[in-house]
Design a protein around this ligand. Structure first.
Ligand SMILES: CCCC(=O)SCCNC(=O)CCNC(=O)[C@H](O)C(C)(C)COP(=O)(O)OP(=O)(O)OC[C@H]1O[C@@H](n2cnc3c(N)ncnc32)[C@H](O)[C@@H]1OP(=O)(O)O
Length: 300
């Protein structure tokens, strides 16, 4: 009995490790040594990344380092990865809202950390670590929203692009300030930005470090909605209500919809079509499908 349980545990653990590798971009073949990178990042502590999973299938992820406008310390980078792993294993999940504590989103990397790891090797390691994490975040089978209150600067702006949607409160701004720091995006935000707004607009935002408030972001297709409330709690409630219209319904179907879109976003057409077939197979004849066939709803 104990042996069987142990074998089962090992199988589940191996499956999770393999899944994480499959969803990540970098591994040993790229000189990526995760454990030593984490050890390095853990030297720079402060703040936290908190996750609350609600019964409605929506999780709230809070970047919590308000003293530094929610800038990412090293331990926050590691915690973000842990929270993403937790979300990958949350089989009832349907949606995710990412926001910052203290009514502002995130001012990017903690500049104190940037200074300490300004050598090439540490920079590449941090870059690969964050790209892996944000790629896994983007590929979660959850519909994700960046609730932009206050400022989303630098890496904070990059993080918003790893979400499916960006909702902005009055007075908020997304700004790729990298150029002013002598940098370009490194957390995958450049590649994702071009896919969101096109090459021309992305170049303006990056090379000009231009501000995108709600109005401009909406016009560019960088944001989906300007929320009416500037108040922290009210804006979170509005974001939750907005997201609920898409997460309403059975988890299997909502998650399948996100998986179809992820495949189509990332794969060549023929591969995306085959993947869509496989995902279709998971819901066809499933409980929600059979129940709907009995109910025969009119889609008026
Ligand atoms: C690949 C990733 C690349 C990156 O992310 S590089 C980092 C890019 N981000 C930045 O350069 C942001 C720099 N900060 C700013 O521009 C301003 O602080 C910001 C966000 C407009 C807020 O301005 P204010 O509202 O006037 O507030 P403030 O400047 O007094 O800031 C409050 C305290 O927060 C600190 N802070 C803000 N962003 C930080 C950061 N990224 N790293 C470290 N500390 C940061 C700021 O220094 C200040 O602390 P203190 O009160 O002076 O001790």
């Amino acid at each position: 009995m104990a042996l069987a349980l142990w074998k089962n545990f090992l199988q589940i653990t191996m499956k999770r490790i393999l899944q994480q590798r499959r969803l990540s971009l970098y591994n040993g073949a790229h000189g990526y040594e995760e454990e030593s990178i984490k050890k390095k990042l853990q030297q720079f502590s402060g703040g936290s990344v908190n996750l609350v999973k609600e019964d409605n299938g929506i999780a709230i992820l809070t970047l919590n380092n308000p003293k530094l406008m929610n800038a990412f310390t090293g331990t926050m980078m590691v915690e973000l990865q842990e929270r993403v792993t937790e979300l990958e294993n949350w089989k009832d999940g349907k949606g995710l809202i990412i926001h910052g504590a203290g009514n502002t989103f995130c001012s990017g990397s903690d500049l104190n950390v940037v200074k300490e790891i300004s050598n090439s090797q540490d920079g590449m390691n941090m870059c690969m670590f964050m790209q892996n994490t944000l790629t896994r975040l983007m590929r979660l089978p959850l519909i994700s929203v960046a609730l932009v209150q206050g400022k989303a600067f630098g890496g904070g702006a990059e993080l918003t692009t790893a979400c499916d949607f960006r909702l902005m409160t009055p007075g908020s701004e997304i700004r790729f300030v990298h150029k002013r720091m002598g940098l370009v995006p490194g957390w995958g935000g450049g590649a994702r930005l071009v896919r969101l707004v096109g090459g021309g607009a992305a170049l303006q935002l990056l090379a000009g470090a231009e501000r995108a408030g709600p109005e401009r972001a909406l016009a560019l297709g960088l944001a989906e909605l300007a929320l009416p409330s500037a108040d922290e709690a009210a804006a979170l409630a509005e974001a939750r209500a907005w997201l609920s219209q898409y997460t309403d319904g059975p988890a299997a179907v909502v998650r399948a919809a996100k998986k179809v879109v992820t495949a189509a976003r990332e794969l060549p057409l023929e591969d995306a079509l085959r993947t869509e077939k496989d995902i279709f197979g998971t819901v066809w004849g499933g409980p929600a499908n059979l129940e709907a066939l009995v109910r025969r709803p009119k889609h008026k």
